[in-house]
Design a binder for this molecule. Structure first.
Ligand code: NAD
Length: 261
């Protein structure tokens, strides 16, 4: 069991799915956790669940793409708990998946704003406090899409944000190393969550290329998606001192899915 007593964590997109599972796991390991999402109701429910299990949490509503709100989120974290050690940049949307000649500029902009600008703003506002505290761990949640998998038709904007997150992680591992700040990125495959409710697919059959893959999508599970807790365990490892010499590293967490397609 990792010990995060005395540490303060910030998890974006912690209202459901991977972010919620990660927040619960970090809190169970002893961290005080600020949980954030764009929806007050779901994020307050996450905080209540952490407190019911004996942990400490504070719920804050914000949009990852809003600079002023993201600054306020980090400021409130410091006001509440005095420091910041662990940052999980998880909030994200699939957005609109459509052929490139059909995808509207505003749809492109929305996915880039939430996923990529959002990751930048999270890290941008958190880093001064991690430096001040003498170090820390940042965990970014990307995807197999855009990093190993390019076969989800119409997912261009989404894939670009996920590739960008991996590039950002590797670039920043070099920049932040001297401040003892580690940054790593998890690239999940299919994971049970609410994300498909937030996906809009339009005419994707036009962008599809017929290809025959080996039977079964996910070798390790016979095709069954992973669980948010599977990702949360890796977040806990990367947040803790057990991963003290690991930085700038992508972890594909997909049961082998991305090696097939
Ligand atoms: P989810 O929809 O269950 O959770 C997403 C969370 O982010 C929710 O709490 C939602 O309210 C929040 N959110 C969305 N837009 C936001 C915004 N603009 N500002 C603040 N909060 C916002 O989805 P999930 O599957 O848990 O996704 C989490 C991350 O994992 C995403 O970055 C996603 O791209 C990535 N991912 C998911 C899968 C999967 O199969 N579920 C696979 C690969 C990567």
């Amino acid at each position: 069991m990792q010990d995060l007593n005395g540490k303060v964590a910030l998890v974006t997109g912690a209202g459901s799915g991977i972010g919620k599972a990660a927040a619960l796991k970090l809190a169970a390991a002893g961290a005080k956790v600020v949980v954030m999402s764009r929806t007050a109701e779901e994020i307050e429910a996450t905080a209540r669940e952490i407190e019911a299990a004996g942990g400490t949490a504070k719920a804050i509503t914000a949009d990852t793409s809003d600079d002023a709100k993201m600054k306020a989120l980090v400021d409130e974290t410091i006001q509440a708990f005095g420091r910041l050690d662990i940052v999980v940049a998880n909030a994200g949307i699939n957005g609109v998946w459509a052929p490139i000649d059909d995808l509207k500029p505003e749809e492109w902009d929305k996915t880039i704003a939430v996923n990529l600008r959002g990751t930048y703003l999270t890290i941008h506002h958190a880093v001064p406090h991690l430096k001040r505290g003498g170090g820390g761990s940042i965990v970014v949640i990307a995807s197999i899409n855009g990093t190993r998998t390019f076969t989800n038709p119409g997912a261009t904007a989404y894939s670009v944000t996920k590739a960008g997150q991996v590039a950002m992680t590797q670039q920043l591992a070099v920049e932040l190393g001297e401040h003892r700040i580690r940054i790593n990125v998890i690239c999940p495959g299919a994971i049970e969550s609410e994300i498909s409710d937030n996906t809009k697919q339009r005419n994707t059959e036009e962008a599809e290329v017929p290809a025959e893959f080996p039977e079964g999508d996910i070798p390790l599970t016979g095709g069954k998606p992973g669980k948010a807790e599977d990702v949360a365990d890796a977040v806990l490892f990367l947040a803790s001192d057990a991963s003290r010499h690991i930085t700038g590293t992508p972890i594909w967490l997909d049961g082998g899915q991305s090696l097939l397609r």
